[in-house]
Design a protein around this ligand. Sequence first.
Ligand code: ZN
Ligand code: ZN
Ligand code: ZN
Length: 149
Amino acid sequence: MLRGVNAQKTVRKRLPSPKKRLCKVHGKPIRPSYWLAGHRNTGCSECYRTTEVPPPRKRLCKQHGRPILRSRWWSGYRSKGCVLCFKVPPPGKRLCRKHKLPISPSTWRNGRHSTGCSRCHNSRPGYLLAKERYKKRLRKSTKARKKSR
Ligand SMILES: [Zn+2]
Ligand SMILES: [Zn+2]
Ligand SMILES: [Zn+2]
């Protein structure tokens, strides 16, 4: 039995051996998908890992034991930066510049300290008006269609 004689022909883009596609940064083979996408200098498993955020259990804040926020992890924090690290000030000290209402805690933690109160979140006049206009247009077009038939 002839094994694998034509196997290579079916692969359109051939990969060089792992030893010939090493990452310049880590010295590990560049992942096939990266290689095929055109990466020649970086893209090994190590490169990939540094851009990933580990599961919450593996990125605990050393001070509070709570998972470090993704955005913090991304910006390079590895030992501090959980929810408790960002103490939200009392409502009176985090007022929305537009509405003079307290900014919601989650918004505050995300780094928005000037706007983002409950009214900001609920009243989006632009969006509501657009929706209204869309509804009207929809009603009109269905009527027109019925008449023409
Ligand atoms: Zn690498
Ligand atoms: Zn913390
Ligand atoms: Zn507001």
